[in-house]
Ligand binder design. Structure first.
Ligand SMILES: [Zn+2]
Length: 356
């Protein structure tokens, strides 16, 4: 792969995206005490006078208390833990759609989600591709604050997502450390951290897309002969058709977020309000210098969410990555710090916008 080829492909993705856009115009319950147990003690002050909360009513005792979660939850995101998840993905080897290797990667994702208390749904579908029909599987994580199973599907207000497949090459061994594994591993760490605040976790849907990579050449989200973005097209269409799309306020896509030299190149068609909010979180954490605005749009998994499901979705992608789609996209190019920064900004934004 040469840099020239990289930009050729990029330009194609950008142009296709622009065309598609044009076409649309557009309580703690203390141990229950028996009163007689305190009979030989001094008369107790009334709860109001002592500042001690009144004893919970039986109804409150029956409800499972939801722990409040850390006040500064973004500080809980560990770059090192995220990096270990990334390593596990990379160690599977090349993971193109429809291969046994991608199934191994999928099992790692499912195990990680369940370990953190998330319910897992496999969204399986078959799509025609330039190489014939291929079966794809999106993995979706949902969380219940009260431990309810199955997890209700009407509490989620935001989507955080990543693709987990890697591009298929016959000439090089491509393991997609940043392009595929970085965002996938970081999303598993995000799942662990969100679970510390069950009320917040219940408002988030985590999605791992299959088939982001094109078999031959990317096409726009609304193309009738699609190539690439298979998982996100299907997921967005399901959201639209099931009428769940309306419950989501926004989406955040992570892609290629592991580069040591982190530069998030925000596509020029990023939803303005969402962009302002995310940049405010970056500012609040002193990380604004890692963001730049890309002069064009980038065809990626956020586009089907924006154009099919109509959910404003931002693509946090570091497209300024010389190892993109080369054999050099390996763990050595990545740093835990970059994963930590994107994780922290996202958590800060989720806390600001979705509250406690
Ligand atoms: Zn790629």
């Amino acid at each position: 792969m040469t840099v020239a080829f990289r930009f050729q492909i990029a330009d194609f993705r950008l142009a296709a995206s622009a065309l598609a856009a044009l076409a649309l115009i557009f309580a703690g319950c203390g141990e229950k005490k028996d009163a007689s147990a305190d009979a030989n003690k001094a008369p107790a002050e009334s709860p109001a006078a002592s500042g001690v909360p009144a004893q919970p009513t039986p109804a409150k005792q029956a409800a499972k208390p939801i722990p409040p979660g850390p006040a500064e939850i973004w500080k809980e995101f560990s770059g090192e833990r995220a990096f270990e998840e990334v390593r596990r993905q990379v160690e599977v080897g090349p993971r193109p759609a429809g291969t046994p290797e991608l199934e191994k990667a999928r099992v790692l994702i499912e195990d990680g989600l369940r370990r953190s208390g998330w319910e897992v749904e496999r969204q399986t579908f078959t799509n025609e591709t330039p190489r014939g029909p291929v079966q794809f599987v999106n993995v979706i994580g949902r969380f219940s604050a009260s431990g309810q199973t199955p997890v209700p599907r009407d509490t989620q207000r935001a989507i955080v997502c990543s693709h987990y497949d890697t591009k298929r090459f016959s000439t090089i061994r491509f393991v997609g450390a940043s392009d595929g594994a970085s965002s996938t591993g970081a999303l598993l760490e995000l799942a662990r951290v969100l679970a510390l605040d069950p009320a917040l976790a219940a408002k988030v849907e985590l999605v791992f897309f299959d088939g982001e990579e094109a078999f031959v050449q990317f096409t726009g989200p609304l193309d009738l002969k699609p190539d690439g973005l298979f998982g996100s097209r299907y997921y967005a269409t399901q959201l639209r058709d099931s009428k769940r799309a309306g419950q989501f306020r926004f989406g955040i896509l992570w892609d290629m977020i592991g580069d040591r030299d982190l530069t998030i190149t925000l596509p020029n068609d990023s939803p303005p309000d969402l962009t302002r909010e995310v940049l405010a979180s970056a500012d609040a954490l002193g990380l604004r210098q890692h963001f730049s605005k890309h002069e064009r749009s980038i065809l990626d998994d956020h586009e089907p969410l924006n154009m099919i499901a109509r959910i404003p979705t931002i693509d946090l992608i570091d497209f300024d990555y010389p190892a993109w789609h080369t054999a050099d996209d390996t763990l050595e190019r990545l740093s835990p710090e970059s994963l930590q920064k994107v994780g922290a900004i996202t958590l800060h934004h989720l806390r600001q916008t979705l509250g406690k």
